[in-house]
Design a protein around this ligand. Structure first.
Ligand SMILES: [Zn+2]
Length: 224
């Protein structure tokens, strides 16, 4: 059985550790200690050699009790949007908030906490299950760097679930919009403000003019 009090306490413990993108080491060590308490043997990959961060992705394998069941992978990211140092959780009407000086870190410690509690409940209740792989990734918030830098041969599962979206229990998101970054440099033209101001070209006005002529932005259609 999922223990709600334990789940919330563990969530609060997880968010109280600073974990900005590229510096998730403290969080990773806390998660690895918890995995060891669950009788698992967590390993860290070398994603940080590519990301330049302080640690890699954390992996653990929960051996199943049902042979030939599909192997499932659950993933959540360890980093949160800064500021993440000194997070104090405030409870109001059964909802958890930060005290306003930091982010709460619910994105994505809810996923981390849910995965830990699920494994704990599986073990306590002796639930029959197939092999389960856990993956806690780094630097999601700055472009999914942990996943991009991952050695995919570490993935042993047949199916994977990413625990990083809001919604009711049982709801599954299976598609998301793509993001394109477009960098444009707009150059104006200098002119003397007193002698020949009409010869000047204002770069901001030009950029605004171009932006205002974009065919569409924001929600493009029902699924974009
Ligand atoms: Zn997230």
């Amino acid at each position: 059985m999922i223990n709600k009090t334990r789940l919330i306490d563990e969530f609060i413990e997880l968010v109280s550790v600073p974990c900005p993108s590229k510096d998730e080491k403290q969080e990773a060590e806390l998660i690895m200690a918890k995995l060891r308490e669950l009788g698992l043997e967590p390993e860290m990959d070398k994603a940080h050699e590519k990301t330049g961060g302080t640690c890699g992705n954390v992996w653990a394998y929960v051996k199943g009790t049902v042979p030939n069941a599909p192997k499932l992978l659950f993933e959540a990211h360890m980093d949160s949007v800064a500021p993440t140092t000194g997070t104090k959780v405030v409870r109001k009407n059964g909802v958890l908030y930060s005290d306003g000086t930091t982010t709460l870190g619910g994105d994505d410690k809810v996923g981390v906490a849910a995965m830990l509690e699920a494994v704990r409940a599986l073990k306590e209740d002796g639930v029959a299950h197939g092999d389960v792989q856990l993956c806690f990734t780094v630097s999601e918030e700055i472009g999914c760097l942990g996943v991009v830098s991952m050695d995919q041969s570490w993935i042993k599962a047949d199916y994977g679930y990413c625990m990083d979206i809001g919604g009711a229990p049982g709801e599954i998101t299976y598609a998301a919009p793509k993001l394109y970054d477009i960098y444009v440099t707009v150059k104006g033209k200098a002119a003397h403000a007193g002698i020949a101001p009409e010869e000047g070209v204002n770069a901001i006005m030009l950029a605004a003019d171009a932006l205002s002529k974009l065919p569409a932005y924001g929600r493009l259609d029902s699924e974009t």
